[in-house]
Design a protein around this ligand. Sequence first.
Ligand SMILES: [Ca+2]
Ligand SMILES: [Ca+2]
Length: 277
Amino acid sequence: MVKNMVLSLLLLLFLVPANLVHAESEPRIIDQYEENNTFNTAYPLGNWKYKLLSGTIHAPEDYDYYQFTASKGDRLAIRLSQIPNHVNYDLYLYKDSYGYPLIDYSTRSGNQDEIIRFDVPETGSYIVLVRSADGSYDDWNFYRLTFIDRIKTATYTANLTPTVLTSPGAGTTSQVASVNLSNQQAVPDGAIVRSVSAQGTISPSLGHTYREVMNGSEGIWYTSISGSGSFPDITVAKELPVKTIWHVRYYSLAHSSSTWRNPQIRITYEYDETYHY
Ligand SMILES: [Ca+2]
Ligand SMILES: [Ca+2]
């Protein structure tokens, strides 16, 4: 028994240095997704939502293919980050079909993050590739690959000045109230208008009263449904920026004057979380 233990310890003493020597001559870390060096052996991730993984490029010729599924209309981003110092990795996106057509790529210099934004045209399978740009690699430090649901929505309510608008009636328009959201920190850069509603009370309440709103980047007046603050002609398809100058005014066909106090616009918008990535 004791003899066996001594033998085991002796074996361990021999084995440990042997392992260390072995580790120096072989790549120190081959990640759990290997072998994934070809389209055919791409590692299957399943649906992209909201995958996050860490891998290594352990040799100049090491290609890391990952397969994922996505649905038509998904608006995702694939981000390659934490690229180790002194190496340069790139990111490619392919359709998983005959010939593997290239859809998009990101090939920034140095170890800058890579990003591919992808509006999925059809439900199916896709393949993303991480590879060295120039043969540089780091078999010790992991890169990170993240799948991001990149489009978010939010609302912003703006007060316009002057805060009192009057109209004499009979179709004559009021003064114009304005607000400049160009540098509004609360709104993300690149935000796009989905819908706008005008708020604040017009009194007395008259029939056939129409509010109007203008997005300064476009210069077109949109007219609300009579008596309401909604503008059905403003849709996300117009791609109006939120961060610009906005104007409102109103008119009433009634033969009577009225006042719009504290005019506000409530903007529902979408933005790309990866806009600055
Ligand atoms: Ca690989
Ligand atoms: Ca790169």
